[in-house]
Design a protein around this ligand. Structure first.
Ligand code: ATP
Ligand code: MG
Length: 214
């Protein structure tokens, strides 16, 4: 049995076509059922639904053999014990710094001011500002980052941006692009060895089905 960990929402939706290309059809719709283990048309393959941030943990400890997870989540997790064979080019967005439209970010950086930065992505933010030589106080949040500059909790946020419409709706502007983000296939290293005969064809099919490989 091969277990694939996915998170509900865009990663699940964008992984389905890749599964289909590998001949795998998920038999239940996670939006219509509360089941966390979904069977597929292949008796040897099942999908488990976990929180996006838990995917690397499931795969690292063997709760799942494979998973699909954003580069953002992987960096924050650390990626230890995970084989990362493929950039699936799905769930594409970017990690950026945003501030209130009336906050002079360039001047704050130039003057060496200490910045208060709110984010869910503390490892990425710490590394980014350290590389710029900017001193920051990081404030860990778990969601709704856009609110932080509007309430005075922070000067800036580090968050994922795709169209920019959420920033715009909250009168925030993107002032730096930290990195491009997409989702990766991750594989448990022991499973890769022990279940290679089942996993390798899946890797090959995924690899062929990727649109715009890097
Ligand atoms: P939860 O909602 O359970 O707290 P989450 O907010 O991390 O988890 P999603 O918002 O579905 O879950 O994000 C999952 C992954 O999708 C992220 O780790 C990122 O890689 C990618 N992602 C997030 N936002 C976007 C976006 N706006 N455009 C494209 N991909 C995104
Ligand atoms: Mg979310």
């Amino acid at each position: 049995m091969i277990t694939l960990a996915l998170s509900k929402g865009r990663i699940y939706d964008e992984t389905l076509p890749l599964l289909r290309a590998a001949g795998i059809e998920v038999l239940e719709d996670p939006e219509k059922s509360r089941k966390l283990i979904l069977s597929t048309n292949q008796p040897g393959v099942r999908v488990v639904l976990v929180r996006a941030t838990d995917v690397p943990t499931y795969v690292e400890y063997g709760g799942a053999d494979l998973g699909v997870t954003g580069k953002d989540t992987l960096i924050e997790h650390g990626g230890q014990g995970l084989y990362q064979p493929l950039d699936l080019q799905i769930a594409q967005c970017r990690m950026s710094v945003a501030v209130r439209a009336d906050f002079d970010y360039a001047r704050a950086v130039r003057q060496g001011s200490r910045l208060k930065v709110a984010t869910k992505y503390t490892a990425i933010a710490r590394e980014f500002f350290a590389s710029k030589g900017v001193h920051v106080d990081l404030i860990k949040l778990y969601g709704s980052m856009e609110l932080a500059p509007l309430t005075g909790l922070a000067d800036a946020i580090v968050d994922l941006v795709s169209t920019g419409s959420t920033l715009k709706a909250n009168q925030l502007i993107e002032v730096e692009r930290i990195m491009d983000i997409s989702s990766r296939l991750v594989v448990n290293q022991a499973a890769l060895k022990l279940k290679q005969r089942a996993i390798q064809p899946l890797l090959d099919a995924f690899s062929k089905a990727i649109i715009n490989p890097p």
